[in-house]
Design a binder for this molecule. Structure first.
Ligand code: MG
Length: 385
């Protein structure tokens, strides 16, 4: 068995939503296809991956560095006991790269390495959660807790729009929600939070996300207002790499804090665990395999969390899409984000994934089942044609 070709394209995100820091109108995502010489039903077996959402496509790094290294490697060196050896794939793709500086390169390898997990699951003719569970010595769950991430700032916005958005999520089977803060004044954001609470009933079902925008004084001005509401969590409050700031906030804010979606390596997470004041049994981690060198590195990150006294149930990966659904169920993590209305064609799940009672069940398509997502399928067909 060997790789015949590895292709990548950038796919624009649809829509014009914003959080406190960025507009997604110009964002795109790298989609990777790994084409093998294995023929099933008259077609080559192809693995697909993408670099989650939020850090742009990484075409240059993939095209100029990572993909040529894999295509020029000894094919046997990339094979494992079952299918491809994803650790060898990641190591080979990063040959001659210095350590540290975990930026766009981590998302490029995320898209590429995850395509090999899709491929391995298809070669074994099973859903990816089964392959992932076996690889990490876990018994996969048949469902995962899920929350609807929305409440973005829209060009045409209003409290009624926000409330109707959350009511739509409730009708769709969600029972937990997240909205953005920090893109308006504190007074206006508190009106948004109160409108959201009218829809979802209790603070325990509502998280808020500042997308790394706040300094300490702003963080605490919001913190004093929201602490009595008992919110589910207060997300990415300050700069994601300012561990001292996170530690200072966690010492002064009694509710749960969530962070980690913009940490892309085990080394960065080690610093978070050592220096950011994260509290076992309370705080939430959101590292995302597609942004952090793929699932091999993500597995090291989860192991490190556990070695520091945190339960893997504290992991709610950023990125509400099919790849993370399989990772969460395969590795028994805390739960999934979902983007029911945004970040298409990557956000959300295929119609066969059942959502209800605050849980989502993955379907049993081989691999991540990306082919079963109707608006993603044309892009998969295009890249593998
Ligand atoms: Mg976030």
């Amino acid at each position: 068995m060997k790789i015949v070709d590895i292709r990548q394209i950038s796919v624009p995100l649809e829509g014009a939503v914003s959080n406190a820091v960025v507009s997604f109108a110009e964002h795109d995502v790298s989609l990777v296809a790994v084409i093998t010489d294995v023929i099933r039903a008259g077609k080559p077996v192809v693995g697909y991956g993408f670099n989650s959402i939020g850090r742009f496509a990484q075409s240059g790094i993939l095209r100029d560095r990572l993909i040529p290294r894999l295509l020029s490697a000894d094919p046997a060196s990339l094979l494992g006991a079952q299918g491809f050896d994803c650790e060898a794939v990641a190591r080979t793709a990063l040959r001659n790269e210095k350590p540290g500086g975990h930026g766009d390169r981590a998302a490029a390898l995320g898209a590429l390495e995850l395509a090999f997990w899709d491929l391995n699951a298809k070669l074994a003719d099973e859903p990816a959660y089964a392959t992932i569970g076996r690889a990490f010595g876990r018994t996969p769950s048949d469902k995962a807790a899920v929350y609807a991430a929305g409440g973005y700032y829209y060009p045409e916005d209003g409290l009624d729009r926000l409330k109707a958005e959350l009511e739509g999520y409730i009708a769709a089977g969600f029972d937990a929600f997240k909205i953005k803060i920090g893109g308006a004044s504190l007074a206006d954001d508190m009106k948004r939070i109160q409108a959201a609470l009218q829809a979802c009933g209790t603070g325990a079902r509502l998280a808020v996300d500042a997308n790394g925008r706040f300094d300490f004084d702003t963080a605490m001005a919001y913190g004093r207002e929201i602490e009595p509401l008992g919110l589910r969590w207060y997300e990415e409050i300050g700069d994601p790499l300012d561990y001292a700031l996170n530690a200072k906030i966690s010492a002064n804010y009694a509710g749960a804090i969530a962070t980690g979606e913009n940490l892309f390596s085990t080394a960065d997470v080690r610093n978070l665990l050592n220096f950011a004041g994260m509290r076992p049994g309370k705080d939430i981690f959101q590292m995302d395999a597609g942004l952090s060198y793929g699932l091999t590195e993500f597995g090291r990150i989860i192991a490190l969390m556990e070695a520091h006294g945190f339960d893997r149930a504290a992991s709610y990966p950023h990125g509400g899409h099919l790849i993370n659904l399989h990772i969460v169920t395969g590795m028994n993590l805390g739960g999934c984000e979902a983007y029911p209305t945004v970040f298409q064609p990557f956000g959300g799940y295929s119609p066969q994934c059942e959502i209800g009672g605050g849980f989502i069940r993955p379907a049993d398509h081989p691999g991540f089942g990306l082919e079963a997502k109707p608006n993603l399928k044309p892009h998969l067909d295009k890249i593998s044609a």
